[in-house]
Design a protein around this ligand. Structure first.
Ligand code: GFB
Length: 314
């Protein structure tokens, strides 16, 4: 059952506001009549429970968007398991448990499409959670995110707390990480195509076979969906947030190359992992509530490239 939640006049904490998702939520909240709270890393170490309790007890958020997490692409996920598991478990558990303790009125926990089994039926329906083995390259992150969903459900069931979970598909946009070792695929392709174009290179390298399928959502669409769900969704089950269609990595690279103006060939480095073959989300539950994305993939890539040129290009 859904019910409307009013955020106007409330103190809204965006945990993780320096990240791509958190900063997009802060931008989106500028058009809502609420007080946005943020804490820098220097002010608050989210892995320390006592610090999180102290900060939340002092600042008294009434609404929380939990967008704070250690995130990264396929290589970072598979090579830094302790950060992706332990740090994320600590951060989310501290925030969610303290939100319960201080009586936060509503909390949204943000996860990822990697929570679903590697070979779950496509498109991925929310009911597929915990029906099979995870994709090994991101199992640490996935387990942390699954624990976050369960923690919200536990507080809801035991105490009636209005804690919800939203699971976005692969995201991109302003504020993305453009470091080639730790980034996701789209920012990496933007960097590679940009530098190849400037250097006059005839080729650029793509990891893996280019065949995996990925669904990409612009982070400003995600932020809009998060505010929409905060107002309109109040259920135990997590809810998918996606774009609605997917492309192969090769097609994504072609779009990036077109936008950036790289005209050479792609070389596939198959020593790098492909990861999960496909993770297109079934967003019928979200769509039936009345939300749809508004930024096309090509528009979104042009926007992301423009942001990269202004803020991250070297
Ligand atoms: O975006 P990505 O790193 O993560 O990689 P996942 C997506 C696909 O793009 C993989 C290929 O098949 C990569 O091999 N790819 C091609 C590249 N070239 C590149 C490149 O230069 N850099 C990168 N990074 N990939 C992540 C999970 O999985 O998705 C996280 O690791 C999270 O846990 C996130 O769930 C949304 O889509 O495979």
């Amino acid at each position: 059952m859904t019910k409307t939640f009013d955020i106007s006049g409330k103190r809204v904490w965006v945990a993780g506001h320096r990240g791509m998702v958190g900063s997009a939520i802060v931008r989106r909240l500028a058009s809502e009549n609420c007080t946005v709270l943020t804490a820098t890393r220097a002010e608050l170490n989210l892995t320390r429970q006592a610090d999180v309790e102290r900060w939340m007890e002092t600042h008294k958020p009434e609404v929380v968007f939990d967008a704070a997490a250690v995130v990264g692409g396929i290589l970072a996920n598979s090579t830094r398991p302790t950060e992706f598991l332990t740090d994320n478990l600590e951060i989310q558990s501290n925030i969610i448990a303290t939100a319960h303790k201080i009586g936060v009125k509503k909390l949204m926990f943000l996860g990822s499409s990697c929570i679903y089994p590697r070979l779950a039926p496509q498109p991925l329906h929310e009911d597929s959670l915990l029906t099979g083995p995870l994709e090994p390259t991101n199992q640490w992150y996935a387990i942390a995110k699954i624990a976050g969903i369960m923690q919200c459900q536990a507080y809801r069931r035991a105490n009636g707390d209005d804690f919800i979970s939203a699971m976005p598909t692969n995201l991109y946009g302003p504020g993305d990480n453009f470091d080639l070792q730790s980034s996701h695929v789209l920012p990496a392709l933007i960097v590679k195509a940009h530098h190849a174009k400037l250097a006059g290179d005839k080729t650029m390298t793509i990891w893996g076979s280019g065949k995996p399928l990925r669904e990409f959502l612009h982070v400003d669409d995600l932020a809009d969906a998060c505010v929409f769900l905060m107002k309109n969704y109040s259920e135990d089950q997590h809810i998918n947030v996606g774009y609605g269609s997917d492309v192969t990595i090769r097609q994504a690279a072609e779009t990036v190359a077109r936008v950036v103006g790289f005209k050479g060939e792609f070389i596939y480095d198959t020593s790098k992992p492909d990861g999960t073959p496909r993770k297109l989300m079934d967003c019928s539950r979200l769509n039936n509530l009345g939300w749809r994305p508004s930024i096309t993939f090509e528009q979104g890539i042009a926007h992301a490239y423009d942001w990269f040129l202004k803020h991250a290009a070297q």
